[in-house]
Design a binder for this molecule. Sequence first.
Ligand SMILES: Cc1cc2nc3c(=O)[nH]c(=O)nc-3n(C[C@H](O)[C@H](O)[C@H](O)COP(=O)(O)OP(=O)(O)OC[C@H]3O[C@@H](n4cnc5c(N)ncnc54)[C@H](O)[C@@H]3O)c2cc1C
Length: 464
Amino acid sequence: MTRIAIIGGGISGLAAAFALEERRRSGTELDYVLYESLPRLGGVLRTEHIDGCLVEAGPDSFITEKPWATDLCRALGLGDQLIGSNDGDRKTYILTNGRLVVMPDGLMFMVPTKILPTGLSPLFSWKTKLRMTQELFHPPRAADHDESVAAFVERHYGPEMVDRLADPLLSGIYGGEAASLSVRAILPRFAEMERTHGSLGRAMLAARKKLPRPTNKTAAPLFTSLKNGMQQLVETLVARLNPNSLLTNAPVEAIQPRTGGWSVSAGLKSEHFNAVILALPALASAKLLSTGSPELSAELAAIRYSSSITVGLGYDRAVRQSLPAGFGFLVPRSEGKRLLAATFVHNKFPHRAPEDRALLRCFVAGSNAENIWQLSDDAIIAIVRNELQQILGLRVAPLFARVYKWKSAMAQYGVGHLDRLDRIERLRQQLPGLALAGNGYRGIGVPDCVRSGQEAAKQVTGIP
Ligand SMILES: Cc1cc2nc3c(=O)[nH]c(=O)nc-3n(C[C@H](O)[C@H](O)[C@H](O)COP(=O)(O)OP(=O)(O)OC[C@H]3O[C@@H](n4cnc5c(N)ncnc54)[C@H](O)[C@@H]3O)c2cc1C
């Protein structure tokens, strides 16, 4: 009987456990134990129901284009529980000199594909609009080294594009800054476009031409989620696992390579396993490997993480009617606010708030979050409300407010991340029976984490 330890009960560890459970049920002789340090499973996936609203404490959805989370939901029998974002109402605003300006139609990340909407948009100065035209003549360039997203975008479109678009868009996903994130790790498609076409604008238009003509079939929504929130995925996964294999309140303090496997120590107990899946933030994995493999530990510790705070706020019908249409807004750092983004949840996923409620999800991350981390929930709510008043003119008190803090939960793929991953992989292969999963490696979103857990299960069982 092969014994496998999974350390970490977030979505990466649960996806690994489910993949092992499926193999066990189909006759493979294996057993697994999942260790989670907290009393609850799910990691940052957590949903609360407050005053008729569905409030997501962590992720609220996942990108539809990446199939692994949707496929997992289907495999769990949740196909009829999947919901799409309300893309008919998909409008995002950028706070520009204190005013909300709608992102022009046709922007693919920061690449304009429609001339008129971008040309007329007050989001960009004439200087940047001129840069957009010049960008169409950018020569192909095979980059021999990695660079930051900010440097890459600035080379194509100038600094205003970094400030107004690239940085806020990435802050909303990674809670980090374009100046320190790797273009190769985060925007590999764009780096490839530059290599083949030079101009990102021309590459995007060429890619569009190759797409099949639009049919009457409705396009897939940009974001997918679950009717009862992201926790529905966690609860369904947990219900399908062997309850005796799930240990909560069980922080693993040490792991050591041993002949034929690994010893895992949690509390006063050490157990022997043939293999270990570390489904943890890279820094937590680094700590556990500090004596077993100091070199691997150092590489893992070099993957930085940022902390974030989400604040859920519920309001009445009058507020709902007063808010702009669309999914929400992003705040460039140059606007000098703590908020990085806010989602109008009642528009993005209408079933998450009754018709007489507005539901806002506000996001603070990175140094902005660290600076207010020690404050009480009431003080954080006051800061967020003050900024909502400045941005939206929203003065009334919310019907409810909740603060959720996530310490060092979002990986930041720094410049050189892919080279680091190669080194990590070489070092990992020297440690038989060790697999790594989680958001520190090849994708921070829920679908990538699901895939990482599934891949780790494949690695330790040798079964595809
Ligand atoms: C606020 C926020 C919003 C996000 N929004 C989105 C979104 O909308 N869409 C999207 O796709 N992604 C989003 N993400 C990213 C995505 O949710 C995460 O990357 C993903 O859920 C991470 O899952 P994980 O299992 O790898 O890690 P985690 O969820 O961090 O789980 C790791 C688990 O390991 C446990 N642990 C740590 N140390 C030990 C130990 N020594 N022993 C035992 N257990 C241990 C922890 O308690 C934790 O439960 C968001 C992330 C955050 C923080």
